[in-house]
Design a protein around this ligand. Structure first.
Ligand code: PRP
Ligand code: ADE
Ligand code: MG
Length: 182
């Protein structure tokens, strides 16, 4: 059943060439559009179920899900609710009120500044970070740093899709589980 669910999810991740820039990187990597998946209720909920099960089995002591602006917000909150833990957003610069911590981030096709509210994570709190996709790993690496800067403990990262050609997992300080890989 798990393989059937993965096949369905995979069939709904559209490959788009030359977005958001021609060739993205080395002309090998296609943009993976998750919009068809989001429109398919069975596949969308299968994706959230499978990611939640992995976290439950691997990190039963997780206390908080951290989700990444913007596409990590499509998966993180559903997972947090199923796990019965809270959700903390990492946002792009200038979107969070109050005191924030910021770290610059370099990703596959651009740069960003990522931010988290200063009181978002208590010292020693155990966190799993959720995003839609791992490419170069810049986004997840920066998010790990934001959590660690607040003395949170990153147990691991989970994503729907990993572009293995870019070796992003090797840049991360923790394991990154991906449901599907290129
Ligand atoms: C995309 C994707 C990941 C990131 C992965 O985010 O959602 O967060 O790139 O790339 P990396 O591993 O090279 O860092 P992006 O900021 O492009 O768009 P979004 O706001 O739609 O999530
Ligand atoms: N984020 C970074 N690289 C990406 C890609 N190739 N497809 C979708 N999202 C991405
Ligand atoms: Mg993103």
């Amino acid at each position: 059943i798990e393989n059937e669910k993965k096949k369905l999810i995979s069939s709904l991740m559209r490959k788009i060439p030359d977005f958001p820039k021609p060739g993205i990187l080395f002309c090998l990597i296609f943009y993976r559009d998750i919009c068809p998946l989001l429109k398919h209720p069975e596949a969308f909920s299968a994706a959230i179920d499978l990611l939640t099960s992995h976290i439950k089995d691997t990190y039963p002591n997780v206390e908080l899900i951290v989700g990444l602006d913007a596409r990590g917000f499509l998966f993180g909150p559903g997972i947090a609710i199923k796990l019965g833990v809270g959700f903390v957003p990492v946002r792009k610069q200038g979107k969070l009120p109050g005191e924030t911590v910021s770290i610059p981030c370099e990703k596959e096709y651009g740069k960003d500044m990522l931010e988290m509210q200063k009181d978002a994570i208590a010292s020693g709190q155990k966190v799993v970070i959720v995003d839609d996709l791992l490419a170069t790993g810049g986004t997840l690496l920066t998010s790990c740093k934001l959590v660690e800067q607040q003395e949170g403990i990153v147990l691991g990262c989970v994503v729907l899709f990993e572009l293995t050609e870019l070796n992003g997992a090797g840049r991360l300080p923790v394991k990154c589980f991906s449901l599907l890989q290129s």
